[in-house]
Design a binder for this molecule. Sequence first.
Ligand code: AMP
Length: 434
Amino acid sequence: MSFQSLGLSEALLKAISKKGYTTPSPIQAKAIPPVLEGHDVLASAQTGTGKTAGFTLPLLHILSENPKQKFRPIRALILTPTRELAAQVYANVKEYSEFLNLRSAVIFGGVNQKPQAATIRQGVDVLVATPGRLIDLESQGLLSLKRVEIFVLDEADRMLDMGFLRDIERVMKLMPDKRQNLMFSATFSKDIKKLAQGILNRPVQVEATPENSTVDAIKQKIYRVAKAKKTDLIIKLITDGNWKQVLVFTRTKHGANKLVKKMISDGIKAAAIHGNKSQGARTKALAGFKSGSISVLVATDIAARGLDIPLLPHVINYEIPNISEDYVHRIGRTGRAGANGEAISLVSADETTFLRDIQKLIGMKLPVEILEGFEPDPNASTAPIKPGQNRRNQSRNNKPKGEKNKSKSNTTSNSGGRNRSRNRNRSNDRRSNS
Ligand code: AMP
């Protein structure tokens, strides 16, 4: 299968070859033809599969086939959950449209709206946006979605996780009823299916597993270690291995900051990326990580979502996620685009239940390593971390044992409270992301 055979225009083929792509990825091969035919598409694909080109290339093809309109109304809207993802998708749109007469722009919160509004006023064909800023500018009369022909909802599952359902519904009402819709999601929960029913019209369904599914190309292992020794262990692994590009996941923003501080004091070039960081700081950290001036990027799940860091050799879970699916998202950052990578998880006794859930989800037992001096504490409690300890939430499907019979005053010990707690955390991240 070649890009030529997919029916893309010469101008797009030129941009693709400039990017160095030789063959379409599975999701591209499956999604591009139905999009070009004008169908609505529901695609199951996560970051790392080449999904961005999967919707961007045919979208640009369709727009460039039709003559440009005088005042360049927004004809394609790509909605993404986070600022970073919006910036990345936009960078892709720019590259792929280099040889086309199409204009594009990106808008997201956390930065001055004036330059964004000025760009839109000059006319853009393709707009990449996060929901908050999009609605903001629309309600100020600074942009109109009345001429949108193609709507892309990227990372729909994360959109819902971050509490964007209402915003999506609002955006839908701002666009004309007759339009082509593309929806991408890594997972397909009941909520996602419901959302898809509300957005898509007789969609063609396509599916692609990541090129490197967790079971094969990514080398995974865990270190059983006492909680108090995690920081020393991670620093030892990074310095002994002389690792130059490591993505580390922590559970909390505070934890990320603390770890970075310690690493810097140990001479490691590290930076944190999370919802409390300004957009400028986040962009700088990511750019430094990509260019090599920063070796360790410490991130929370939501901040890291959708980051395009090609060929990442090492991912470390400083804490393993309590939502099992997040483990798959996290380790999907390594060994991308065909290269092998390594995913290491530091697991303390209180994370045993989460580990079990993850192993159940990925269908394999993760090999355990124990490093001398970092042996797990044999007397440590294996009781799971309590919600009051700021764990984002228990696994989506499995409530860890020991959750019952907690103090009645702990509102997060029943499912309603748990969801409230989770939504609160999600909406904090939402505000700081959009
Ligand atoms: P995405 O899933 O869109 O975030 O893409 C993941 C990575 O794969 C990005 O670094 C892309 O530049 C790269 N990529 C996308 N399509 C291809 C392709 N056909 N061949 C090689 N690399 C690709």
